[in-house]
Design a protein around this ligand. Structure first.
Ligand code: FAQ
Length: 314
């Protein structure tokens, strides 16, 4: 079929709100944008295991340790669904991993900040998973079918993650003065990076306009950020903790909070690779990949042997 006709069919599907499926024709830039976003998302889940993994051996009780282990494993699972969703667009897992390891592909800025105390694990669940959900709920309706379907399960799990983080914060905030101080300190350090992880302001975001037209994104970065602030401020009030923003103020007219400007210079610096933990995170990933080479080789050898025997695993 002619490209013009194919483009018309694609446009009509987007307009109607139908999903685009792997075998459907799609414009090359739609494919590229999705590969970029989904692979960045997958890398974020996998790199995101590191700051929390740092606390598995030091969780304050067996129960906390089991919950944290389960959460970190969930993040690994999210990475795998997302790599699979990206593969349906014609990129291989190896290519995506190479892009991450060579610094060509990005992963979320938020995971380049250190986890200094146990309270940081609470703050990550509450704020980082909380911000991730705000963004990901809309992605359940993203126009690319495999991505939208992967997001449904991911959102269910992220919502449990957010609650476990908030529960850690509740225990600390209602605990001894020292525990409350730890909780406040974690909030102070994670608040602004959590706002920034939702992406640059709409004015500075080169991809938002087109992604909204293609219904890849259903809301802009600033819209999601506003929702996140409106949802989170009352939660901080319940904890008796103070959001570190002197410009934060309820605005009756807009039925939402006004809030201060994040440090965007810091954001772009972290995205460029100069955050507090970028080098550490990337080298941990590269090392894990190299150490896992024998597992991949064994799995490939097993699959080759089984297919030679005519056993396709069914
Ligand atoms: N970090 O034009 P836009 C999680 C880049 S999952 C680094 O606005 P877009 C779960 C962007 O790629 C967290 N880079 O881009 C968890 C673009 O680069 P380019 C991850 C960023 O794509 C919790 C450039 O800046 N979630 O947390 C960031 O339209 C706890 C211009 O930006 C997702 O990935 C950033 N924060 O909107 C796991 C959700 N923001 O063009 C473990 C899916 C932007 O140079 C523990 N992704 N950039 O290649 C999205 O919704 C979008 O990609 C946005 C950015 C909203 C993140």
């Amino acid at each position: 079929m002619e490209t013009i006709k194919l483009q018309e069919i694609f446009d009509a599907k987007i307009e109607k709100g139908d999903t685009i499926e792997p075998k459907d024709w799609m414009p090359e830039n739609y494919r590229k944008t999705l590969i970029r976003q989904i692979s960045q998302h997958a890398h974020s889940e996998i790199v995101g295991m590191l700051p929390e993994g740092n606390w598995i051996t030091r969780a304050p009780s067996l129960r906390r340790k089991m919950v944290l282990l389960a959460k970190v494993q969930d993040e690994g699972g999210h990475g795998l669904y997302l790599y699979s969703a990206a593969e349906t667009m014609g990129i291989s897992r190896d290519e995506m991993i190479d892009q991450l390891h060579s610094g060509k592909a990005k992963y979320s800025s938020i995971f380049n900040y250190p986890t200094l105390s146990w309270a940081d694990i609470g703050a990550i669940g509450w704020l980082v998973d909380g911000a991730a959900i705000m963004n990901q709920v809309m992605l359940q309706r993203t126009s690319y079918g495999p991505y939208a379907r992967a997001m449904v399960r991911i959102c269910k799990e992220e919502s449990f993650h957010q609650r476990q983080g908030y529960e850690i914060m509740t225990v600390l905030a209602k605990g001894t003065p020292e525990q409350k101080e730890l909780a406040q300190d974690a909030l102070n350090r994670f608040w602004w990076p959590s706002l920034m992880m939702l992406g640059p302001t709409d004015k500075e975001s080169p991809n938002t306009e087109q992604s909204v037209k293609w219904k890849i994104k259903r809301e802009t970065n600033d819209e999601v950020r506003q929702k996140f602030v409106d949802r989170t401020v009352p939660q901080a009030d319940i904890l008796g903790l103070k959001i570190p923003d002197k410009d934060l103020k309820w605005n009756e007219a807009k039925n939402g909070y006004d809030f201060g400007e994040a440090n965007w210079e810091e954001f772009f610096n972290v995205v460029k690779g100069n955050g507090p933990c970028n080098k550490e995170r990337l080298s941990a990933r590269v090392k894990a990949h190299e150490n896992g080479a024998w597992v991949r080789e064994a799995a490939a050898a097993y699959a080759a042997r089984e297919s030679k025997r005519g056993n396709n695993g069914n």
